[in-house]
Design a protein around this ligand. Structure first.
Ligand SMILES: *Cc1c(COP(=O)(O)O)cnc(C)c1O
Length: 395
């Protein structure tokens, strides 16, 4: 058998399970009204929760950043790629997180995926360490735990009691609890206050991946820790910047000593070219919006859209998960059914992604509706009508 045939066999196996994913090409900036493969669509797919990805002030700042700092950083941070733009952004994030983490310092990373690998491989570098990982954690946390020398123990979704038992029974030298703040495919929140209290009692780290909370949760958009009013030296926080912040990259915030250890030891920080400094410069404009009146208005509008959608959807066989965030999943069940519904919506000009295993558990294929402050109430009404009619039509 030649090599390519072997690959094609694997692709055929995926196709037989309705697990082939296909790329669609966006011909316009990320926005609710988007041209996709040449066709005008109303999209409910992105994580651009505040509508900042194409915001004129952010785009202007990106251009200004390119003028000032050039296109590329030229090297990794520790060689020569650490620009003033990176340093200023890190200072600002450090100050933002100071209410939640004593002696907070922040590190700007190229992506959230890499930030999660960095934190878990550096904190979990010793074989006698143990990572306690929430069952619904994002793939990047799972991969970080796999890459770490530490052992891994998965605790059931949202189950603080089970986690307490696992922590109590463990004799690990370093205990690291890691969780998404907002679960990316379910939209619900982790019980962070209870988890933090437990971690403090047990002398464990609490690593919080706030990919879907940063920018949208908390009074000033500082994320899940602000939302819950948490503060502890045990916290290690990851905020990603390609979602609500609308640009790209991520930051890690922790006690200055932890961040210094990351600078010295975290391979996803050390062995990669620093992100273009213009991105760091553009992010300053995003942060201005997030913490200002405009950010507050956008969060208020987004919350109203979420309520509107939940009031308007009346699923009978499908299940709308209990979520108060911009992530509103509708469980359909089988892969084929989820794909059929997504295709029918697409026919009507509505772009909603079908999410299948392994991203979610088998038998829980779903539509993952995401809302953005850039949507209007009319957009939400159009989607709700289409979904209600489709469910009725497929009964
Ligand atoms: C998107 C996401 C990431 C990865 O962040 P990127 O910046 O896109 O690499 C990490 N964790 C969660 C929960 C996410 O949803």
């Amino acid at each position: 058998m030649n090599l390519i045939e072997g690959v094609n066999r694997k692709l055929d196996a995926l196709a037989a399970q309705s697990l082939i994913r296909r790329l669609r090409v966006a011909d316009s900036p990320c926005a609710p009204r988007q041209v996709v493969d040449g066709r005008a669509m109303l999209a409910f797919c992105s994580n651009d929760y505040l509508g900042l990805a194409a915001h004129p002030a952010v785009v202007d700042a990106l251009q200004e950043g390119a003028q000032r700092y050039g296109a590329g950083s030229g090297a990794s941070h520790l060689v020569s790629g650490h620009s003033r733009a990176h340093a200023l952004l890190e200072e600002r994030f450090g100050a933002w997180m100071a209410p939640a983490i004593p002696q907070a310092r922040a590190l700007y990373m190229c992506t959230g995926y890499m930030a999660n690998l960095a934190v878990l491989t550096a904190l979990g570098a010793d074989a006698d360490a143990m990572i306690f990982s929430e069952a619904l954690n994002h793939a990047s946390l799972i991969d970080g735990a796999r890459l770490a020398k530490a052992g891994v123990s998965v605790y059931p979704h949202g189950d603080v009691q089970a986690l307490a038992q696992q922590l109590g029974a463990s004799s690990a030298g370093t205990k690291i609890v890691v969780t998404d703040s907002v679960f990316s495919m379910d939209g619900n929140l982790a019980p962070l206050p209870e988890l933090l209290a437990l971690c403090e009692r047990m002398g464990a780290w609490l690593v919080v991946d706030d990919a879907h909370g940063f920018g949208v949760l908390g009074d000033s958009g500082r994320g899940a820790l602000e939302h819950f009013g948490l503060r502890s030296p045990n916290l290690v926080y990851i905020g990603t910047l390609g979602k609500a912040a609308g640009v790209g990259g991520a930051f890690i915030a922790a006690h200055a000593s932890v961040v210094e250890l990351l600078v010295q030891r975290a391979r996803p920080y050390i062995y990669t070219t620093a992100a273009p400094p213009a991105l760091a410069h553009a992010l300053q404009a995003s942060l201005d919006i997030i913490e200002g009146d405009e950010g507050k208005q956008r969060r208020t509008h987004l919350a109203a859209l979420v309520s509107h959608l939940r009031d308007a959807l009346r699923p009978k066989r499908w299940q709308l998960l209990a979520s108060s965030t911009a992530i509103q999943p509708l469980i359909i069940g089988s892969n084929d059914d989820a794909l059929r519904v997504a295709a029918a919506l697409y026919e009507q000009g509505l772009w909603v992604p079908a999410i299948r295993p392994p991203t979610v558990a088998a038998g829980t294929a779903r539509l993952r509706v995401t809302l953005s402050a850039a949507h209007t109430h009319e957009d939400v009404a159009v989607l709700a009508r289409a979904l209600n009619e489709l469910e009725r039509a497929t009964t």
